[in-house]
Structure formats: structure tokens, C-alpha cells
Design a protein around this ligand. Structure first.
Ligand SMILES: [Fe+2]
Ligand SMILES: [Fe+2]
Length: 276
């Protein structure tokens, strides 16, 4: 695949600073509001979420500080990441053959499911797990941006022969969307657990469980599980087969009860419905 990694766009400044600020122990809300109000798109998305059916029961607000207090830092992070991806990979620069809307819906659902599973498992940083799940397929955006002809070729072959994305992309070299996503996550200085979960999220299909620390392995397990649940219960991006099972033999020692997974999926679908 011809793709120049030095061309990975930097994370937009306001999103990067806001993520860093929102992760500090005693968040300076005034500083955060001042920073966020400088970006009209981000500010609008925060107000929209705060006034949605889920958060807007106390009446509509145009006050950014109040809106932030309503939605909380975990939901803010989703807005910041989504805005960052949309800014560096604008739809007009991506090949129309690929279904970007389905990919976004898949990523949003994966993020919500992973967040709930991470809370259930008492993961140390559920917000990082949510970030990893929200970004796990970001390598596809990078392919659409840096190697659009290749992505179109892969897309067409998936559609025509009903093949999986992983199957087709492996013919174009050793790199795949997981490793492109890893490059982006590293360039954006994201936490190492996020980087490794993005890199290995399809280990299920590739029979490779990396040797990483058990904390990072837990993040990877949750992200892989959320990816599969999102594929099975939500919109499926092009080239991703329905009805997959998580390989229990790969993830020995990790376990989530079926009922917990079902609840996480149901709550996530309801959440996304209400904030639409
Ligand atoms: Fe993927
Ligand atoms: Fe995925």
C-alpha cells in the first residue's frame, strides 16, 4: 500500500488541549470553558448534547459551563474526538464509495458499549477504554485520506465478492487498518493502552494476542468485545461480517457475563437514540 505516514495530520489544538485539561484531577472549569468556547463547532455540539432528550429535562440552555456540567467529562471526550476526526478527515476529502456514516455509527456504538463494560469490570480508566473503542477503526479514515484508491479497491472487492475487509486488505501488504490507526494514535500521543487496543482490535480474526501488560490486555479485551457486539447489534461498516464471537481461547482469563453484555448493548442503543 502506498501511504506516507509522515502525512498523518496532527490532532487539532483545541481538542488536544481540552482532552488533556479534562483529564487533570481537579479540572479548571473556567479554563476549559474559555478554551472550548473558541471552537464554534465543539461548543455547538456540547450545547446540542446538553439540550438533547437525555440531558435537557431541566430546560434548554445556551450556557457552555452549565452544558458541560450536565454532560460530564466522559461525554465531552466523545465530542472532542469526533470533532478532531471530522476536522482532519473532512468527508469531502474521503472517497464516497466507502460508507462513512455506517462507520461512524459503528464507532459511536462501540464506544458506548466499551464504556459500560469498562465500568462493569472496574477498569482503572473507563474514559481511555471509551476513547480506544471510539477510535478503533480510525485507520480506515486514514486510508481514505492517504490511500483513497486502495480503499476504493478494497471497498469494491468487499461489495462484489462479499468478502471481509480484513481478508481483502491483507493482500495490499502487511499493514492494515489496525496498524494505521496505531500510527495515528501514536502521532496524537494517546495513552499506550489506547494505542495497543487500536492496533490489535482485530486479534480475534488474526489469531494474535500481543504480549502487553495485563491492564492493556483488559482494555484490548473490552474494545474487541465492544467491536463484535457493535457489529452484531448495530450498523455494519462495509466488509465487516455479522454475527461474530469473541475467541475465548485467545482471551483466557477474561470474562464478561452474557447478561452484562446484553444490558450494555441495550443501554448504549438507548443512549444513542436519545442523544440523536
Ligand atoms: Fe476494525
Ligand atoms: Fe470495528
Amino acid at each position: 500500500m502506498t501511504f506516507d505516514r509522515s502525512q498523518i495530520p496532527a490532532m487539532p489544538r483545541i481538542a488536544a488541549q481540552a482532552i488533556q485539561l479534562s483529564n487533570t484531577p481537579n479540572v479548571d472549569m473556567k479554563q476549559l470553558v474559555d478554551l472550548l468556547s473558541a471552537d464554534i463547532g465543539i461548543a455547538a455540539a456540547i450545547l446540542e448534547l446538553a439540550n438533547s432528550a437525555l440531558f435537557g429535562s431541566q430546560g434548554s440552555t445556551a450556557n457552555l459551563a452549565l452544558a458541560l456540567a450536565r454532560i460530564g467529562m466522559d461525554n465531552l471526550q466523545n465530542i472532542l474526538i469526533k470533532s478532531a476526526i471530522n476536522e482532519v478527515f473532512p468527508l469531502k476529502n474521503l472517497p464516497t464509495e466507502y460508507g462513512w456514516r455506517e462507520l461512524w455509527e459503528h464507532l459511536l456504538l462501540s464506544g458506548q458499549i466499551a464504556y459500560r463494560l469498562a465500568k462493569h469490570l472496574h477498569c482503572p480508566k473507563p474514559r481511555d477504554v471509551q476513547m480506544a473503542a471510539l477510535l478503533h477503526d480510525v485507520g480506515i479514515f486514514l486510508m481514505g485520506f492517504g490511500a483513497p484508491e486502495t480503499l476504493v479497491e478494497i471497498t469494491n472487492e468487499c461489495k462484489r465478492f462479499n468478502k471481509t475487509f480484513s481478508e481483502v486488505e491483507s493482500r495490499f501488504g502487511n499493514d492494515f487498518h489496525g496498524s494505521f490507526g496505531q500510527d495515528l494514535a501514536m502521532a496524537w500521543h494517546l495513552p499506550i493502552s489506547v494505542v495497543s487496543a487500536i492496533r490489535y482490535h482485530e486479534c480475534n480474526w488474526r489469531n494474535e494476542l500481543p504480549s502487553i501488560s495485563s491492564n492493556h490486555l483488559q482494555t484490548l479485551f473490552v474494545v474487541s468485545t465492544a467491536n463484535i457486539l457493535a457489529l452484531n447489534h448495530g450498523p455494519r461498516p462495509i466488509g465487516f461480517p455479522a454475527v461474530q464471537e469473541l475467541r475465548k481461547d485467545l482471551f483466557e482469563g477474561f470474562y464478561i457475563d452474557e447478561g452484562v453484555m446484553k444490558n450494555a448493548v441495550r443501554e448504549s442503543l438507548e443512549f444513542l437514540e436519545q442523544v440523536r
